[in-house]
Design a binder for this molecule. Sequence first.
Ligand code: SF4
Ligand code: SF4
Length: 485
Amino acid sequence: MDRRNFLKYSGLASGTLALAGISSAGFVAGRNKDGNTGFGRTPYGKDQFFNRKPFLVEQPTYMKVGTPERIGYLDHLFRRNAELRYHIFSYGREGFQKVRDEGPEKLPEPLKSYYIDNPSAFEEFFRAMDRANEQKANWEKYKDRYMLAEAWSAAHASPLGAPGAFPREPRGNPEESDFSGVNEDSLKLKSPQHGSRLIKKISHLFGATLTGITKIKKEWVYQGALRGRGRGDFEVPGHWKYAIVIAIPHEWESFYANPTYGTSHDAYSMLRFISGKLETFIKKIGYSARSHIPPTSYDLILPPLGIDAGLGEQGRHGILITPELGANTRLAAVSTDMPLEPDKPVDLGIRKFCNKCKICAEECPGKAISFAGSPYKTVRGYKRWSIDQDKCYTVWNSVATSQPRGCRICLAVCPYSRKNNWIHTIAREADPRDPTGLVSSAMLSMQKNFFSYPGGKEYLPPPEGNNKTYGKPPDWLRTEEWFDI
Ligand code: SF4
Ligand code: SF4
């Protein structure tokens, strides 16, 4: 070995040793429940920002001066206004002026009594409506400047006004459904780069941890059934140009403890609000949009779109692994014709790492994951890792947990699914840059030595296993912590 290579390899080796040496400190940091990445804060503390203890008192500070009464529903502004509006509309177009002119006396009960007792509230309602009508007339003047504010507001309001599932299941042809509610007065976008920057910013504000953008390849579109149209083959609609792929993690502690605790629905339920709001936002700024997320399902296959969009790579367990969230990455997408600048895919060395690491295959209770030395199966024209879905499903249905059941052990044991503390940040940064494979070997050895493994069927209930969990379940999921059982 020449001097240059000697220095390079010895440098890397000592770096790796240092990495292993400080790993115990990293492990301690990894146990901190508040050290998780991703959406929201944890329920474990540090979220009470003000110490209330010195100020605790026996009696609240409001002042009781008489006999307390329950509040009537008409004391609630929005309910009272809604009831008055309903009465006004019952007279048709003339209702507004008629009811105003007649005054509270002619109102039906209990509105009549309320407004006789509170005449200023009656007057104020009509004054507020006058202002609203003035602003409606002014909208032409302001609508360009406030287009984004309007879209932002409508997006947040959209889950509140949606009957049934949100986002709504597409109805009819995509050419109708995806354009329904699109703002036809939209403005010209400055450039696709502006489009991508805006969408990423907004999707993060809606709660996405990661957002990537890619063109939609036709092989990532399901065939044989289309939401809104039903069964039958179809051409990929021309306006399905880009996919905005968003990701969030599952709640971390229940995720680590699987399969006995938790399911994937915690992430799905949040993702559908993010993608549904994004869909509304995009329509309000003038472009077609369609969400792909349960409960209304998908027309696109999301993991390869996540790979195209630069979020990460596919792991041996078949799941998308991202550097930020590891395999704790749940996806949703919005397809659109909005001009966007696509992201580029990444090569973080994950595929190479998986060639070496077989932890998920060793841990899978259903033996559904291959031990092959490299991606081994050709699926629809691509060589890839592929799990035995049917064996996996049997495990889902074998664990003793809540309904719907699930597993996700392969995701929890994956070395990439570690918390976002400094040690993992170093490893994450070092491995893709290491041509020797020493860092990945050190990471693998850390994973095997610092994290315990129940292994295979131990996760299943007796007689096959012992209901083991991979990680310690959080106290809030342990019934025995709170109830006598
Ligand atoms: S979810 Fe469970 S059963 Fe399915 S592949 Fe992963 S570890 Fe195996
Ligand atoms: S557990 Fe190991 S082999 Fe499996 S996906 Fe994760 S890194 Fe790859």
